[in-house]
Design a protein around this ligand. Structure first.
Ligand SMILES: [Zn+2]
Ligand SMILES: [Zn+2]
Ligand SMILES: [Zn+2]
Length: 276
C-alpha cells in the first residue's frame, strides 16, 4: 500500500510525519498533535518549540510551515518519539534527589533506581533448592541434573525450563527505560538451543515464545502473559517483548511508564527510601 514505509528497525509500518526535532534519540522536547482517533492513530506531531511557531501564526499556515522542517517516519518510530518526548508533571530529573539504602550492597544510593529483579521463577520452591543441592553433591549425577537454578537458567524436574531476561519499560519523557529482571518459560527444544549457542551467533536466533513466569506484585497477576524472547549478545540477558494486551504491564511496555509510577515502585520496594 502507498501509505506504508519500510523502516530498518520496525519493518513495514504506516507513514507518519513529525517535526525534525523529534527524530532520533531526543527526549523531553514535548509532543504536540491533534487528538489521535481510530481513523488517524498517528496525527502529525511537533515539539514544543515548533508549537511556539504554530501559536505565533495562529495555526499552521504557509509561513509557519516554512519555518518547520517536517520528516517522514514509520509509526513505530513515531510511537517511540511520542513516549520519549511527551512531558509529564513529574520527570525523571525530579527523582534525582531520592536517597535509598540498597539491598545488594547496603550502601546509600542517590537518584532513581531503574532495575528490580528476581533470582528465580515463581515455580522454584524450597524443595527444588534442596533437590539441586543433593544433585550437585553427586558428581556422577551432575551431567544430567534435572533440577537446577543459576543466574540465567532454571530447570525443574527435567520438565519445565526457564530463562532470565529483562522487560524494558520506556520512561515517558525520557530516553531511559525502567527494567524488570524476570523469568520466562521456554520449550525444551528452545532451552537446549539457547544453552548450546553461547557464541556471537546467538543474536541471529529467531524470537522464542515464552510465558512470563514471575509474579510482580505491583500489577494484577503477571504470570502467563505472552512474550517473545529476543536473544542478545553473549553475556547479555535476553529482552522480553510483551504481547500487546490491556494488561497494565503490557500497556506500560508499549506506551511507557511515568516517572511518578517509577517513584511509587521505588518507595514501595526500597528500604529506607526518602526524598530529600
Ligand atoms: Zn520541532
Ligand atoms: Zn521505525
Ligand atoms: Zn548498591
Amino acid at each position: 500500500m502507498a501509505d506504508k514505509i519500510q523502516c530498518s528497525t520496525h519493518g513495514e509500518r504506516e507513514r507518519t510525519y513529525v517535526c525534525a526535532h523529534l527524530l532520533g534519540e531526543t527526549a523531553g522536547l514535548g509532543f504536540n498533535s491533534d487528538e489521535p482517533d481510530s481513523d488517524h492513530p498517528f496525527p502529525d506531531a511537533w515539539c514544543d518549540n515548533c508549537e511556539l511557531i504554530r501559536a505565533a501564526h495562529n495555526g499552521w499556515n504557509e509561513e509557519a510551515e516554512r519555518l518547520v522542517k517536517i520528516s517522514l517516519v514509520c509509526s513505530g518510530c513515531y510511537d517511540r518519539a511520542r513516549i520519549r518526548n511527551t512531558t509529564t508533571s513529574v520527570t525523571l530529573d525530579d527523582l534525582a534527589d531520592l536517597r535509598w539504602k540498597c539491598g545488594n550492597c547496603e550502601e546509600w544510593h542517590t537518584g532513581p533506581c531503574l532495575d528490580f529483579g528476581y533470582d528465580s521463577p515463581r515455580y522454584w520452591l524450597e524443595e527444588h533448592t534442596e533437590a539441586s543441592r543433593v544433585a550437585s553433591l553427586m558428581p556422577s549425577w551432575s551431567k544430567e541434573r534435572k533440577t537446577f537454578l543459576d543466574e540465567d537458567y532454571c530447570a525443574i524436574d527435567d520438565h519445565d525450563f526457564f530463562v532470565r531476561g529483562t522487560i524494558h519499560l520506556p520512561i515517558v519523557g525520557s530516553a531511559e527505560t525502567f527494567r524488570w529482571g524476570v523469568w520466562g518459560s521456554l520449550s525444551r527444544g528452545n532451552f537446549d538451543v539457547l544453552k548450546r549457542n553461547d557464541d556471537q551467533q546467538r543474536i541471529d536466533l529467531p524470537p522464542m515464545f515464552s510465558w512470563l513466569s514471575t509474579r510482580i506484585p505491583e500489577y494484577p497477576d503477571t504470570t502467563n502473559l505472552k512474550m517473545y524472547v529476543h536473544i542478545q549478545k553473549p553475556r547479555q540477558r535476553p529482552h522480553f517483548e510483551l504481547e500487546l494486551t490491556d494488561h497494565p504491564l503490557s500497556q506500560e511496555y508499549h506506551k511507557g511508564i511515568t516517572s511518578e509510577r517509577v517513584r511509587e515502585i521505588m518507595m514501595g520496594r526500597l528500604r529506607d527510601a526518602e526524598q530529600r
